[in-house]
Write a protein that binds this ligand. Structure first.
Ligand SMILES: [Zn+2]
Length: 488
């Protein structure tokens, strides 16, 4: 048993903060209210001056390997996220997941973008049942301190890599039928839905009909369809319309409750889109009248993905986050990397592939407007396999809360917490998560709003954030900042 005493509870529903003690027993919240004395055998933590909230849910991650093995720079558990107070992560986003593609004759290396997750040696799961078994083993090994809860999406590009002979073409009927069977198996095994990343090479040639057929399977089972749009630059408006059309058709008459469209990492990227957040959000609002939907975003004005020319052209600055042929250039500006290679930036970008980049292509005002929207969840989109990752991997939640609530006063603390807790819990159908109330899962974060700070920078991206004193996952201490110790 654990008693968190004297804190201010922000319960995740958006309701007003209140002084209350929280008692945890056997992985659940046993009581919330005035609990003056710790029951016999309970460990008590003093949360005076701190906020007690539901563990945050990172709605958009690429932690598929990190939840098995730990994230870059930490020691076995997914501490990059637990240190931010995120006790649940959603993996398998943007169309790529660790299953079901495995290396095979003719396709020995993960086709882009699957390599964002790691090299061919990471892809050892011919189906999702094996991936879920590995997750369960990792949990058991870590004795409850492991990765946090993992919500898994099945990636459309991973299905294609496993089943479609020519990734530069739409799936043929037999190939689509095989992908549909694989997706059914993935959902049977426990996947929360399907993801797609239509901008990426493995999926760019897929037809809307192919994606609709797969999304329909997810929706029929009350699951999520998360989409990284086919284009995020000048083509974003048409790409949004495509996503809405796919969702409308896939929902049809057969969707079950829980079916939900998730628009991944919404942004206004590139010179043609700057300052257009209001237009983006009003289009989403209009679609939300007849499509159950939500979206996610991260609190930074730079994105990060594979090295590719379109993103570089749309950006005022590019940083190399990893490079297979030139690992020593990770962390440098593309211009500097180009100088070292004696190439112009366009040729350097090609020479650095396969690799990753961070792209400064957004305006802060658009980021703020998007993150303020009531349907916007918080998704770090961090890339743990990168040699020099975007600081969002270690900084997203403290940065979101400090920026949106304390520094810019764009959201109340209660609303900011709701968007990071009960909103994603509802979108991904996670009963028991995202709220502090009797009977809920004991995923709890204790943080000090005045002390919250993201310390991860472009120069030092693997630094833990500060301000999160404690994260309980299923009642077990999964993160405790140094200096925080039980009262007894
Ligand atoms: Zn994406």
């Amino acid at each position: 048993m654990t008693l968190i005493r004297n804190g201010t509870v922000v319960d995740g529903t958006g309701g007003p903060a209140r002084r209350a003690d929280v008692l945890v027993s056997e992985g659940r919240i046993a009581a919330v209210g005035a609990i003056p004395r710790a029951p016999d055998g309970a460990t008590a933590y003093d949360a005076s001056g701190a906020i007690v909230a539901p563990g945050f849910i990172d709605a958009h991650t690429h932690d598929d390997v990190a939840v098995l093995e730990g994230s870059a720079g930490d020691s076995g558990s997914n501490a990059a996220k637990l240190s931010q107070g995120a006790t649940t992560v959603v993996v398998g986003n943007c169309g790529f997941s660790l299953a079901p593609w495995t290396p095979r004759p003719g396709r020995l290396e993960p086709p882009p973008p699957l390599g964002i997750l790691g090299g061919a040696e990471r892809f050892v799961f011919p189906g999702f049942p094996a991936y879920f078994e590995a997750l369960a083993r990792a949990d058991a090994l870590a004795d409850g301190r492991a990765s946090g809860h993992t919500v898994v999406l099945c990636g459309h590009s991973s299905l294609r890599a496993a089943r479609v002979a020519d990734l530069g073409a739409p799936a043929r009927p037999g190939e689509l039928a095989a992908m549909e069977r694989d997706l059914e198996e993935a959902l049977d095994a426990g996947c929360a839905g399907l993801s797609a990343g239509l901008a990426y090479p493995a999926a760019l040639a897929s037809s809307a009909a192919e994606v609709t057929a797969l999304a329909r399977i997810a929706f029929r089972r009350g699951k999520v369809f998360a989409i990284h749009l086919r284009n995020e630059y000048d083509g974003v408006w048409a790409a949004l319309d495509e996503a809405f059309a796919i969702a409308r058709e896939a929902i049809g008459a057969s969707a079950e409750p829980g079916a939900r469209l998730v628009l991944s990492h919404q942004k206004c990227a590139g010179p043609g889109n700057r300052g257009r957040a209001d237009e983006l959000l009003s289009r989403i609002d209009r679609a939300a009248r007849d499509i159950p939907l939500a979206f996610d975003a991260y609190p930074y004005d730079a994105g990060s993905t594979m090295l590719e020319a379109e993103s570089a052209r749309a950006s005022r600055r590019v940083i190399v986050t990893w490079s297979r042929p030139h690992p020593e250039l990770a962390g440098l500006d593309l211009r500097e990397a180009a100088d070292r290679l004696g190439l112009d930036p366009d040729d350097a970008l090609e020479a650095l592939k396969p690799g990753g980049g961070a792209y400064f292509h957004m305006d802060e005002a658009d980021v703020d407007a998007i993150l303020s929207h009531p349907l916007c969840m918080v998704g770090s989109d961090g890339l743990p396999a990168d040699a020099s990752p975007h600081p969002r991997l270690y900084g997203t939640f403290p940065r979101y809360l400090s920026r949106m609530v304390r520094d810019r006063r764009l959201l109340s603390l209660e609303e900011a917490v709701r968007k990071a807790t009960s909103l994603p819990a509802s979108v991904f159908s996670l009963p028991g998560k995202g709220v502090i109330r009797e009977g809920a899962d004991a995923d709890i974060v204790v943080f000090r709003p005045d002390a919250l700070a993201d310390l991860a920078t472009w120069q030092e991206p693997l630094r833990y954030s500060v301000g999160v004193d404690l994260a309980l996952r299923g009642g077990v201490v999964a993160w405790g900042a140094s200096g925080v110790s039980p009262l007894r």
